[in-house]
Structure formats: C-alpha cells, structure tokens
Design a protein around this ligand. Structure first.
Ligand code: PLP
Length: 414
C-alpha cells in the first residue's frame, strides 16, 4: 500500500486509481494484503472500504468529461467500467495473486468469456484440459466453436499430451487445477513452458485453491481466472469473477469489458472485498477439515474411491503438495453402486446442503453427473471421468464429526 496519511483523498484517488487494479506493492505478506491492499478513502476518511453505489460520476466541466472519456485524465466515468469499490477489489486481488493487474467481472464464466473474447479471434485455437467445469466445457466446445474458435480437450494431465495438442493457431492453454469435481492436479510450471514454447498463453482457473493456497503467476502462468463466487466471497452470497495477469493482457480484457459490459456490481465487489479479508484462515481451516473427512471417507466400506489432493492415494499428491499450500476443501468420492446409491446418500443428509455451489462456510453436497455436468454429453462426461456414482462435498466450517455423522447416515443405506 502507498496510502499516505493526510493526503487529499481526491489526489489519492487519482494517484492510486486505475481501471484495472494495479498491484501496488510486494512488500507485505498475504495476510496483510488481504485486509489492507487496495484501500482508497473518500473525503470522510472512513476506515472500512466504502461501497459506491452509483452508476456514473460527475465531471467538473465538458473538457473534463472529454478527457475522462478519452483516457487523457484518470478518474471514474461510468459504472460499466469504473467504480472505486470495484477498483479496490481489483487492486487487492492483483496483490494477492502477485499480478500486475486485475479485471473483476460479473461471474467466473464472465471472466472466462471476457478473456477469450479479449485475446482471441476466429481461426485461433484453445487447448483445454478435459476435466474442467461443465459450463467452461460448453463455452469452449459449443458456443465458441460457432465463432470460429476451436478447442481441443486433453484427457490427460501429462504436459506431453498438451504439447501434442498444440497447433500453430493455438493462442490459449486453459487448465483448472485442482479440477472440478475430480480434483485432478496439473503441473502449472511445466504447462507454462509447454504453452510458451507453442507461442500460447497459459490461463489457470484458480477457483479451488484461491491465492491463499496457490499462486499460478509465480509458477509461470500468464493469467489467473477466478469464480469469485466461490472462496473469494466464501460465504455463498454473491456472484463475481476476475482475471489477473500482466498489465497489457488485463488492458485487453478491460477494453472488452468496457464495451461489452460483463461487469461486476459494486455491491458484489464490496462483499468479495470483505470476503478476501478472511480468505487465508478460511482456506486453512476448511482444508484441514477436508483432509480429515477425506481420510474418514477412505476408510468407509461403501466408498469405492476418494479424490482429494491431500491424500497420499491421490495420483498427483506429490505435485499438489509441491504446488499448493494445502489440499483445498473439495472432497469428491465414488460410492459403491451408481446413481441410485449416490442419490440415496445425498437424500439422507440433514446438515450438508444439497446445492451446486461450493466455497461456502456451509458444507455442500453435489451429484455432478446430474447437476453441474448434467448438460454436457454423456460421452464428454465419461471422457471427463464423471461417473454416476460420484459425489462432491465442498467442506465448510462445521465440525468434522457432525459432517461425518451426516454422511454416515446415507452410507449406512448403501
Ligand atoms: C472451477 C470453476 N470455474 C468457473 C466457475 C464458474 O463460476 P461462476 O458460477 O461464478 O460463473 C465455476 C462454478 O462453479 C467453477 O467451479
């Protein structure tokens, strides 16, 4: 932070203002940045971050309006692309991810769409891991193909498989690590090398880890994508998204957002900004609880397989422990049987919420094959390894004993 005591707030706004949230400094630890980075105070010098609910900003005169619109003069203009609360969120998230700049968006999907629309054109190509969030699969494989952007889905986490899928037209390599819902872990540093050798950018959806557990930019990624709806808010309240990376890339995303308008509401930005303040302690506590639950699930006779990066049985356990500070809070597992058995367990829960969201302090349970991944084809689901027997638990902050008791009731019915 470069907050100067006593500085005229308008001058401060102008000085630290940026449409895309420049990373202000690297001198503070993550815990400090999470509660302090990006703060800009009004003339009232409020302590907490202010929520600016306004669609537009007033200019002193016509010349200033023209200068603000043309970008000759820094300052806020119109809520579709500039708002002080949104700027504070962008700056804080850029600082946490160690990126130069951040653009906040209306949702995680808006962040992914904005990245592609800003940086790609018809005729170009994406290489994406097969095991990504269902809507991202549909966006890449369905919608974008109508606009001349092809995607090759790679059903392996081996860097050589990604390398083999590259084409001269490949502009973007896109991964989610750990992936939703199977928690497959990808080697970010190795894939950054693969992407760069092919003249492409590496984008990492860091939704499951958040910057509290994993910082993809430091490992060589070019862009970090967030569904801020998940751990960044952390309490299941609002939708939001973000793209973090180098200034020149963020500027392109900003130009798209300014024109096309997949913008975040200042209210949502404010909620997420406050959510970031407790991010690290939530991620630490929820990861510890998830590890305990995963170990317990692995010992249950009705459970066929547990997917959790913190377990030694996870195929990429060593990589996850190198790349991440902890295993994260998502535990997926297969019950013995199929959809009927999986649904029986879901329906027996009384505490864990049956809902598609994750990243909340309240634990949630989801049957991916019939919900989050229900709209992709059965073949694509099979290729992604999402079986009917699979369940995903996003572990919150309740007592692990209570979560175990809630799941044990359903397991007893299998
Ligand atoms: C890994 C991942 N990426 C992106 C998204 C999309 O985020 P949003 O729902 O905020 O659009 C999700 C949503 O569940 C997700 O799990």
């Amino acid at each position: 932070m470069r907050l100067k005591r006593g500085e005229n707030p308008v001058a401060q706004l102008r000085r630290v203002f940026c449409f895309w949230g420049l990373n202000m400094d690297k001198e503070f630890d993550l815990d400090t940045l999470a509660v302090r980075a990006g703060i800009t105070r009004s003339q009232f010098n409020e302590h907490a971050e202010a929520l600016y609910l306004t669609s537009s900003f007033v200019f002193d005169n016509a010349a200033q309006a023209a200068a603000r619109f043309s970008g000759e003069e820094d300052g806020f203009v119109y809520g579709r692309f500039s708002n002080p609360t949104v700027s504070m969120l962008q700056e804080r998230l850029a600082a946490l991810e160690g990126g130069e700049a951040c653009i906040a968006t209306a949702s995680g999907m808006a962040a992914i769409l904005s990245t592609v629309m800003a940086l790609m054109k018809a005729g170009e190509h994406i290489v994406a891991s097969q095991g990504i969030f269902g809507a991202t699969q549909q966006l890449f494989g369905g919608i974008l193909s109508r606009f001349g952007v092809d995607t090759t889905f790679v059903a392996s986490n081996a860097p050589a498989a990604f390398s083999a899928a590259l084409r001269p037209q490949t502009k973007l390599v896109f991964i989610e690590t750990p992936s939703n819902p199977l928690t497959e872990v990808f080697d970010i540093a190795a894939l950054a090398e693969v992407a760069h050798a092919g003249g492409a950018l590496l984008a990492v959806d860091n939704c499951f880890c958040s910057p509290a557990l994993q910082r993809p930019l430091a490992l060589g990624a070019d862009l970090v994508i967030h569904s801020a709806t998940k751990y960044l808010d952390g309490q299941g309240r609002v939708l939001g998204g973000a793209v973090v990376g180098r200034k020149e890339l963020a500027e392109e995303v900003f130009k798209f957002l300014r024109t096309a308008g997949p913008s975040i509401s200042p209210f949502n930005a404010w909620i997420i900004l406050k959510g970031l303040e407790t991010l690290r302690i939530r991620m630490a506590a929820q990861s510890a609880a998830a590890l305990e639950l995963a170990r317990w699930l692995e010992a249950q006779p009705q459970v066929a397989r547990v997917y959790y990066p913190g377990l030694p049985s996870h195929p990429q356990h060593a990589l996850a422990m190198r790349q991440q500070k902890a295993g994260g809070a998502i535990v997926s597992f297969e019950v013995k049987g199929g959809r009927e058995e999986a649904w029986r367990l879901v329906d027996a829960t009384r505490l864990i919420s049956i809902t598609a969201n994750l990243g909340d302090t309240k634990s949630t349970i989801t049957h991916p094959a019939s919900t989050t991944h229900g709209r992709i084809s059965a073949e694509a689901r099979a290729a992604s390894g999402i079986r009917d027997s699979l369940l995903r638990v996003a572990v919150g902050l309740e007592s692990v004993a209570d979560l175990q008791a809630d799941l044990a009731r359903g397991l007893a019915l299998i």
